[in-house]
Design a protein around this ligand. Structure first.
Ligand SMILES: *Cc1c(COP(=O)(O)O)cnc(C)c1O
Length: 473
């Protein structure tokens, strides 16, 4: 049999689970990031794949031998770089069931379970986040699990393009891109929006960068209004405005409510990108992250960043359940299906770019089941408290300064001794090996970012980080 038997799988599975548990148990003792020369790992492979099979019993040890000194440990409690990418053990158990089911949930009928669990958990999460009922499958909209926020942005843009110029006969726009489509972002909007514009073939002129209100990192609604009007006067079509809640750089937010109001004057789609920050709405004290979202067209937040769910699980909700299928549904004979034709079911293939899709909802369900909303809130609140405490310490320290006010669990700082000192600080801190931070720029100046959010990060790790931050070399 060209596979393990179930009994062989059972035996080996225990070994693999032990290896995972051991690696997690010991992760804090290893450096957050290994230092290696490019090509190190590839050089350990033979040119040709082995002709003969080998026992998998030694595979975890082999993987460790080949890759164990060439990794960046995103699950390390000292990992405070970029944004977190929580891969909780809870979610890994759900992911195991998902991989085992091995279904392609492209149509409802190709796995009713895959489709309906996804509908149920995205509805539950919409309610837990305080999203309006219109974003639920029960309420005429609905959520889906995409591979990433970047894909979510592309999907939203595709739907927006369709809505801006539907073809009455074919459904889909027969004319194609006219070169007059316009998409509005702020200087701090994630680069995935610019990529979506490229992938959609809209051309560089389609991307309009609206300035921020003076002294802020938030899109200026008055400037947006002026840009929209000027474009409409030039016969351009405002297709989509992206409002960000919690930018990747500094955690700043655009004024969603005001943006929705301005966009509505010209019928532009509003996509809210809250990839990192959106999950904080689970906590009533952080509900501000969904202010104004009720009238947006789509809302995205990543469960795979700060919500304990292993990559990939980007949640995309739309207010109109027909919006994505209208733009994306194509039905060749080999996908024709009686349940689909009945209109009584959702085919999630029509909510995304690829056809096939995994049973991603299982890992999210496992997280909801195993942690409960209370556990998720505790996870989020712990990191927000660490950020508050770090900010307090920085305020009381002569050598360091907050580059901007902390947002949720993100703290941006620089040295009071200038840009060169800030760059040196980042280098020195990361060379220590116990923590990993990343950088950004604010008003042209280098900034050190501390994004708390890794699963095991506790007060002890804050103390450790602080000790490293303030140590003099
Ligand atoms: C991380 C991030 C993204 C991209 O997320 P992926 O899921 O990795 O594609 C988009 N927007 C914002 C604001 C982000 O922080």
């Amino acid at each position: 049999m060209p596979d393990l038997t179930p009994d062989e799988f059972r035996a080996l599975g225990h070994l693999f689970v032990d290896a995972v548990a051991d690696a997690r148990a010991g992760i804090g003792e290893r450096p957050v990031r290994d230092t290696v020369e490019p090509g190190t790992v590839r050089a350990r492979f033979a040119r040709e794949a082995a002709e003969e099979p080998s026992s998998l019993a030694g595979f975890p040890a082999l993987v460790d031998a080949v890759t164990g000194d060439a990794d960046t440990r995103w699950q390390h409690p000292g990992f405070h770089a970029f944004f977190p990418a929580n891969a909780s053990l809870t979610s890994l158990l759900g992911d195991l069931l998902s991989g085992a089911a091995g279904v392609q949930g492209m149509l409802w009928s190709t796995s009713p379970a895959c489709t309906e669990v996804e509908q149920a958990v995205t509805d539950q999460l919409a309610r837990a986040l305080g999203l309006p009922e219109t974003f639920t499958h029960d309420g005429g909209g609905g959520g889906s699990i995409q591979d990433s926020a970047s894909s979510a942005a592309l999907v939203a843009l595709t739907a927006a393009l369709h809505r801006a110029a539907p073809d009455p006969d074919t459904g889909w726009r027969a004319r194609g891109v006219t070169g007059r489509e316009r998409v509005y972002v702020s200087p701090d909007t994630h680069s995935s929006l610019a990529k979506a514009v490229r992938v959609a073939g809209l051309g560089a002129a389609a991307l309009r960068t609206v300035p921020c209100s003076p002294g802020t990192r938030s899109m200026d609604p008055a400037a947006l209004r002026a840009a929209l009007r000027a474009d409409v006067e030039q016969d351009c079509v405002p297709v989509l405005v992206c409002a960000t809640v919690g930018t990747t750089s500094t955690g700043a937010s655009d004024p969603v409510g005001a943006i929705v109001e301005v966009a509505a004057e010209h019928g532009a789609w509003v996509h809210v990108d809250a990839a990192w920050a959106g999950v904080a709405a689970l906590c009533p004290e952080h509900r501000w992250v969904i202010d104004g979202v009720d009238r947006a067209d789509s809302f995205c937040t990543d469960a795979h960043k700060w919500l304990l769910t292993a990559f990939d699980a980007s949640l995309l909700w739309v207010r109109d359940a027909a919006a994505l299928p209208s733009a994306l549904s194509i039905t060749p004979p080999y996908l024709r299906d009686a349940a689909s034709d009945s209109g009584a079911v959702i085919d999630f293939r029509d909510w995304q770019i690829p056809l096939g899709r995994r049973f991603r909802a299982l890992k999210l369900w496992a997280v909801l089941h195993g942690q409960g909303l209370s556990g998720l809130r505790e996870h989020l609140r712990g990191h927000v408290a660490l950020a508050g405490e770090l900010a307090e310490r920085i305020r009381g320290h002569d050598g360091l300064e907050l580059a901007c006010e902390p947002v949720l669990s993100l703290v941006c700082l620089w040295s009071t001794e200038g840009d060169a000192a800030t760059r040196a600080l980042l280098e020195r801190v990361n060379a220590d090996g116990r923590v990993l931070l990343s950088a950004t720029e604010l008003d042209g100046r280098p900034v050190v970012r501390v994004a708390f959010g890794s699963i095991g990060t506790t007060r002890r790790h804050l103390d450790e980080l602080w000790e490293i931050l303030i140590a003099r070399s």
